[in-house]
Design a protein around this ligand. Structure first.
Ligand code: TQI
Ligand code: CA
Ligand code: ZN
Ligand code: ZN
Length: 173
């Protein structure tokens, strides 16, 4: 079953059209950005929310970036595996990914010529869909195949919202 954060934080009712931006210093390729677009679309399909990319990192509601190690928010990343990403509950909007993970998109490494064991591969879209759930106010679920279930097998792709995720987010919006 789905859960919420303590106090049930969510984006306010007058804010249904959310903007997002990528950290400028990350210099992300279109392939990477499209994965986030797909992940946001999954949540906008089942809620009244919309997500639009804007250029200004400063003014975006949701700020997405890849960072390594200590990145000055008190939650340092830990290199390959362990913590993959973190997102803060509404209305913080910070969505950070560990730049040292072996991220894959559709089974292929993001960094060309970067060879690694499939045991350490992390599917970017799966993590993005899960973290957006947190950004919207969902905590973890006890339903094993839900997006918000707190573990994901190595190299596993899990991107389809399940009934449990949908019921949870629709209770908020
Ligand atoms: N990051 C944790 C997560 O997003 C951060 C976290 C730990 C957390 N406890 C929390 C967030 C309680 C909200 C509430 O769950 S993670 C997965 C999964 C992580 C884990 O790096 O461990 C995914 C990030 F589900 F696969 F285990 C993304 Cl998809
Ligand atoms: Ca890590
Ligand atoms: Zn962070
Ligand atoms: Zn989580």
């Amino acid at each position: 079953h789905y859960s919420f954060f303590p106090g049930r934080p969510r984006w306010p009712a007058n804010k249904r059209d959310l903007t997002y931006a990528f950290a400028p210093q990350n210099g992300l390729t279109d392939d990477i950005k499209i994965v986030f677009t797909r992940a946001f679309d999954r949540w906008s399909e089942v809620t009244p929310l919309t997500f639009t990319e804007i250029a200004s990192y400063q003014s975006a509601d949701i700020k997405i970036g890849f960072f390594s190690g200590d990145h000055n928010d008190g939650e340092p990343f830990d290199g390959p595996m362990g913590t993959l990403a973190h997102a803060f509950s509404p209305p913080a909007g910070h969505f950070h990914l560990d730049g040292e993970e072996n991220w894959v998109i559709d089974g292929a490494p993001i960094v060309d010529g970067n060879f690694f064991s499939i045991l350490s591969a992390v599917d970017l879209e799966s993590v993005a869909v899960h973290e957006i759930g947190h950004l919207l106010g969902l905590g973890h679920s006890s339903v094993e195949d839900a997006i918000m279930y707190p573990t994901l097998g190595a190299g596993t792709r899990r991107v389809e919202l399940r009934n449990d995720d949908i019921l949870g987010v629709q209770e908020l919006y």
